[in-house]
Design a protein around this ligand. Structure first.
Ligand SMILES: C[S@@+](CC[C@H](N)C(=O)[O-])C[C@H]1O[C@@H](n2cnc3c(N)ncnc32)[C@H](O)[C@@H]1O
Length: 276
């Protein structure tokens, strides 16, 4: 609806242009979205009826991976493309286990940034920055980030449901390679990525993927769905952990690893890599 601008929306936000962050908020049942986002998101849901469930599974995987990394000695997290905060955020999950865990949320969407800042309040171990993850130098040199993250200690780099918004022309492998170079051994890369359908190598994407890509092309963040092997290649020098491996997001439910019926469901793959 033209002119819709709730109090939480920063003035620079174009309320007529859909945003991937606000559409995802809508998938998760949040309230930080506009009519144009809901309209576009409903088109995605009509094309892939499991989209809302996939968003929930994605959040489950995110929380599971944060706990796994804490078990592996990682105490600090950079959440790249963190989104509009919802229940069970990274700092809540991490600081419940280790009160001294530190988290920096990075997003280039103004609503995601503004809302992250407002919910963090006076949390001394967590902060948000408004930055583009492709600008690796700017992200890692950011004074707010450097105030919390010690790059001489292992870092958890979280890229959950965001790399499919980085087109091949921006060379996501090279971007991740630069993060790899900047962190120490024992650091981890967490990935969740939308899959091109059908998943078999050599086959063309089906009409549904094309429809969804058309929807996102109206937003500031067009979608690049990739095959499993293309996602595997994005890990580069981060060695993919055997558990969970590169698996379907359906293996994560209720915030935990889930091996029950329908476990291999979902239009995305997830995995965790480690720097040797
Ligand atoms: C689908 S949401 C995922 C949010 C969160 N990671 C999760 O999994 O729940 C993708 C987020 O990535 C952000 N994003 C997309 N491209 C980005 C970029 N180049 N730099 C920083 N953030 C980006 C969007 O604004 C959006 O908030």
């Amino acid at each position: 609806m033209a002119g819709e601008r709730p109090s939480w929306a920063p003035t620079e936000v174009d309320v007529e242009r859909p945003s991937a962050a606000r559409m995802y908020d809508y998938f998760l049942g949040g309230a930080h979205n506009f009519a144009v986002d809901r309209q576009m998101a409903d088109q995605v849901i009509a094309t892939f009826p499991g989209t809302r469930r996939f968003a929930q599974l994605n959040r489950s995987f995110l929380r599971w991976s944060v706990r796994l990394l804490l078990d592996s000695g990682v105490r600090q997290f950079i959440d790249l493309g963190s989104g509009i905060p919802t229940v069970g955020n990274v700092h809540e999950t991490a600081q419940r286990i280790d009160a001294d865990a530190r988290v920096v949320y990075v997003d280039n969407d103004p609503v995601a940034y503004a809302h992250s800042r407002s919910i963090l309040g006076k949390n001394n171990g967590a902060a948000a920055i408004n930055a583009d993850l492709r600008d690796v130098d700017a992200v890692l040199a950011d004074p707010t980030l450097r105030g919390l993250i010690d790059l001489d200690q292992p870092v958890g780099l979280l890229t959950v449901a965001v790399l499919h918004f980085i087109p091949d022309s921006d060379d996501p492998s090279a971007i991740l390679g630069r993060y790899h170079d900047a962190v120490v051994s024992g650091s981890h890369l967490v990935v969740s990525h939308g899959l091109a359908e059908p998943r078999q190598e050599g086959e063309r994407e089906d009409d549904r993927s094309t429809t969804v890509k058309k929807v996102y092309s109206r937003s500031a963040t067009p979608l690049t769905l990739r095959s499993e092997s293309e996602v595997a290649a994005l890990f580069g020098r981060f060695a993919i952990l055997e558990r969970p491996g590169l698996v379907n997001a359906g293996l994560f439910s209720g915030g935990d690893y889930y091996d029950g019926p329908d476990a291999d469901w979902g239009p995305g793959v997830v995995g965790i890599g480690r720097k040797a």
